[in-house]
Design a protein around this ligand. Structure first.
Ligand SMILES: Nc1nc2c(ncn2[C@@H]2O[C@H](COP(=O)(O)OP(=O)(O)OP(=O)(O)O)[C@@H](O)[C@H]2O)c(=O)[nH]1
Length: 343
């Protein structure tokens, strides 16, 4: 046995990589000599692949001369092994197993290869030396597993943190997007929400059969002036409640600002539309007639028009607004329709 062969005779065969993975195990000269006698020598050219990650392996290798690179995949650093170092030891210890790293020859390399069947031969020849090797190899495998498990757990935590942050950011974004479309006081959509709803209906070619009702409080300024701003707020919220109560899932009730509201509503025909508008004005009228102090509501005026899918939003808005103006001019607490239909 040539005890001097191999220039990497280990004084401390178990060394740690910077990231903590224990890899740098070299055989002692006596171990190297024993493995060389029992195993088979094989020559490889630079660039040759010994095995890939995920391959089934049944052999281990000891480098006599040359260099081999191990690739563990992911973001784990690659490792270059040199003379005297061994790898693939699970092939010797447990036989058939899935390789956790790929191995590629970097320079012309001479290896000794040993299969799982040769463990017994090694033990027969020098049990003490093999026990020493096994102890070291198993320690290395266990330590590497621990380091890899720790890394995985840390990655898992980091991934979890990143997902939590992403989820929080998405929720915040959704909330702020909702806020941009919602009226804080009443919880209704605002003008932007109404326009987006219209755009969606246009895209889906569902706008036909809809009408725009502009709803405005009568003498609302007086509520504020006489009873205070909070009482005014409560009136606005109650107007919103009435509108919400008539709006179906395909309708949208919005507050455009101040005491002006809008209802984009689908109706079967003019009579249906009149019934909806009549319910709104009639409910506000009945509640106002109860004359609570401070008032819970004020009477309402409505200007309405059918939506023409072939004309622009600004056209229907102008039509409904002109009708609303007429309803106000006639004393409020009433409904006026664009052109043909007056209540
Ligand atoms: N309480 C309260 N008042 C508001 C709010 N936004 C606007 N206003 C007030 O609403 C009032 C609207 O007054 P006007 O536009 O003259 O309406 P009006 O008194 O109903 O008059 P007509 O529409 O002609 O019947 C103003 O006094 C605004 O200050 C709000 O969010 N809360």
């Amino acid at each position: 046995m040539d005890e001097g062969r191999g220039n990497a005779v280990a004084t401390d065969p178990v060394l740690r990589r910077q990231d903590g993975v224990v890899m740098d195990a070299a055989l002692s000269p006596s171990e190297l000599a024993l493995f060389d006698v029992v195993g088979r020598r094989r020559d490889f050219d630079a660039g040759e692949r010994l095995f890939s990650r995920g391959d089934n392996g049944r052999t281990m290798f000891v480098i006599l001369d040359g260099r081999v690179e191990l690739d563990f995949g992911g973001d784990l650093a690659r490792k270059t092994l040199g003379p005297g170092e061994f790898f693939g030891e699970l092939g010797l210890l447990v036989g058939d197993h899935v390789r956790s790293a790929g191995a590629r020859v970097l320079a012309a390399t001479e290896l000794v290869e040993l299969g799982d069947g040769e463990l017994e031969t090694l033990l027969d020849r020098d049990p003490r030396l093999v026990a020493q090797f096994l102890h070291r190899a198993i320690t290395r495998i266990v330590r590497n597993e621990q380091v890899l498990t720790h890394r995985l757990r840390r990655h898992n935590h980091e991934l979890q943190d990143a997902l939590d942050r992403l989820r929080a950011a998405t929720q915040a974004l959704t909330r702020s997007e909702e806020l941009v479309r919602r009226d804080d006081l009443t919880g209704l959509g605002n003008r932007r929400a109404c326009q987006e709803h219209v755009e969606r209906l246009v895209r889906e070619q569902q706008l036909g059969g809809h009408a725009l009702l502009l709803v405005d409080c009568d003498a609302f300024k007086r509520v504020n002036d006489v009873h205070g701003h909070q009482a005014g707020d409560r009136v606005l919220q109650n107007v919103a409640n009435i509108l919400t109560s008539v709006a179906t899932a395909s309708d949208t009730a919005c507050r455009f600002g101040g005491d002006e509201f809008a209802l984009l509503v689908r109706a079967r025909d003019q009579a249906d539309l009149q019934r909806i508008a009549g319910f709104i004005v009639g409910t506000a009228h009945s509640l106002a007639a109860m004359q609570s102090e401070p008032p819970a509501i004020c009477t309402l005026s409505i200007g309405g028009c059918w939506v023409d899918p072939d004309s622009a939003w600004s056209d229907w808005y102008a039509n409904a607004d002109a009708a609303l103006y007429r309803a106000k001019r006639s004393g409020g607490d009433t409904i006026a329709w664009h052109v043909a239909w007056e209540s």
